[in-house]
Design a protein around this ligand. Structure first.
Ligand code: NAP
Length: 311
C-alpha cells in the first residue's frame, strides 16, 4: 500500500515521547511536516509551521496526528477534515461528546478517516483479559489509578483548566480498558469529584459503576496525589470465581494469581499499525465508550472541595 505522508500538530510531551519516534520506525508512514505554536521543529520533518492551518495547506499530507490538549482538538480536527486530511486524535478525543459526534459525521461527509486512539487498549494483556471475561457475570471490579501529577504532568496548566479533565486525563486510560474488557456495558452509578480550591478540574475521583446483570461491587479510585510507588491496576472477579488482575497500566495480566502476560508496552506502535489499516481501508474508528463514562461522571458527580494544590 502507499506510503502515508503525515503531519503532527502540537509538539508537546506525547508527540516527542511517542508519535515522532514511532512514525520514524514505521515504514508505512513518512513525517512530512510538523506545526508548533512555540516554533519547535524536528529533523525528520521537511516542513515546519507555527500555524497548523498552513500545514493543512500542503497538498501531499494525507493525515495529521493531533497531539494538542483536548480543549482545542475539535476545531483543529474540523479544519483538517475540511482541508481533506484524515485525522488521528490523541485521547481524550475532544472536549465534549457533541464535538466528537460532529467529527464522526464530518469525516463521513468528506470521505476521510477519523481515529480515536485509546492507547491503553493496545496491550496484549487487555486483549487476553477481554477473552477471559467474555460471557461471565462480573461480581467485583476495582480500578485503582493513583499517580503523582507533579511527576507525570510538570508545567501542564491546561490539565487543571475546565475541559482539561484533571485526574480523568490518566483515569480515562483505565476507563478505556474497562469498556474494552467488560462483557457488557458499564454505567456510572455515582461519582464524587475532588476539586482543589484553586483549580477547575478534579485531583481525585471515586466512581461506583453498575451493569445490567448482577449486583456487583464495582468501583474506581483515581488520585493524583500519590507519591512513592505508582498504581495503575484493574482487579476483576466473576460470579463463577474467576479472578483477574491487570497491572502496570494494562500491560501485565494475572489470572487466578498466575502471571499470564508480562510485556513492555508498545502501545503507539500498535496505534500506528491500526491507523495504516484504517487509512488503507478508508474506514473511521470512533470509540466513544470511555469518553461517555467521563461525561457521565461529571454529569452526575458530586463536587467536593479539597485543599488548594500547587504543582
Ligand atoms: P503537552 O506536553 O502540554 O503538549 C501539548 C502541546 O500542544 C503543547 O506543547 C503545544 O505544542 C500544543 N498546544 C497547546 N495549546 C495549543 C493550542 N491552543 N493550539 C494548538 N496547539 C496547542 O501535553 P501532552 O502531555 O503532550 O498531552 C497532549 C495530549 O496527549 C493530551 O490530550 C494528553 O491526554 C495526551 N496524552 C499524553 C500522554 C503523556 O504521557 N503526556 C500520554 C498519552 C496521551 P506546540 O507549542 O509545539 O504547538
Amino acid at each position: 500500500m502507499a506510503l502515508h505522508q503525515i503531519g503532527i500538530i502540537g509538539l508537546g510531551k506525547i508527540a516527542q515521547d511517542q508519535h515522532l519516534p514511532v512514525i520514524k520506525a514505521n515504514p508505512d508512514f513518512q513525517l512530512l511536516a510538523v506545526s508548533s505554536q512555540r516554533g519547535l521543529t524536528h529533523e525528520d520533518a521537511r516542513y515546519t509551521f507555527l500555524d497548523y492551518r498552513d500545514l493543512l495547506k500542503l497538498p501531499d499530507i494525507e493525515a495529521v496526528s493531533i497531539c494538542t490538549p483536548p480543549q482545542v482538538r475539535h476545531q483543529i480536527a474540523r479544519d483538517a477534515l475540511v482541508a481533506g486530511k484524515s485525522v488521528l486524535l490523541e485521547k481524550p478525543p475532544a472536549a465534549t461528546l457533541s464535538e466528537l459526534e460532529d467529527l464522526k459525521e464530518l469525516a463521513a461527509k468528506v470521505g476521510k478517516v477519523v481515529f480515536t486512539t485509546w492507547h491503553a487498549q493496545y496491550n496484549k494483556a487487555v486483549d487476553e483479559a477481554k477473552k477471559a471475561l467474555a460471557g461471565w457475570t462480573i461480581k467485583r471490579l476495582l480500578v485503582t489509578w493513583k499517580e503523582d501529577v507533579r511527576h507525570w504532568h510538570p508545567g501542564q496548566q491546561w490539565i487543571w483548566e475546565a475541559g482539561g479533565f484533571g485526574v480523568f486525563d490518566p483515569g480515562i486510560n483505565a476507563l478505556s480498558i474497562v469498556t474494552r474488557i467488560m462483557p457488557e456495558p458499564v454505567f456510572i452509578k455515582s461519582s464524587s469529584l475532588e476539586f482543589p480550591a484553586n483549580r477547575d478540574a478534579p485531583i481525585a475521583a471515586n466512581l461506583a459503576f453498575s451493569m445490567s446483570h448482577g449486583q456487583g461491587d464495582l468501583q474506581a479510585v483515581f488520585d493524583w496525589r500519590q507519591t512513592g510507588p505508582q498504581t495503575w491496576d484493574i482487579e476483576v472477579e466473576t460470579e463463577a470465581g474467576l479472578t483477574l488482575k491487570l497491572t502496570h497500566g494494562g500491560s501485565c495480566l494475572e489470572i487466578g494469581g498466575r502471571e499470564v502476560v508480562k510485556e513492555d508496552p508498545a502501545e503507539y506502535q500498535a496505534i500506528y499499525r491500526r491507523f495504516d489499516e484504517l487509512l488503507n481501508a478508508r474506514q473511521s474508528e470512533v470509540d466513544t465508550a470511555p469518553f461517555r463514562l467521563v461525561a457521565d461522571a461529571f454529569m452526575i458527580g458530586k463536587r467536593v472541595q479539597v485543599d488548594a494544590f500547587e504543582d
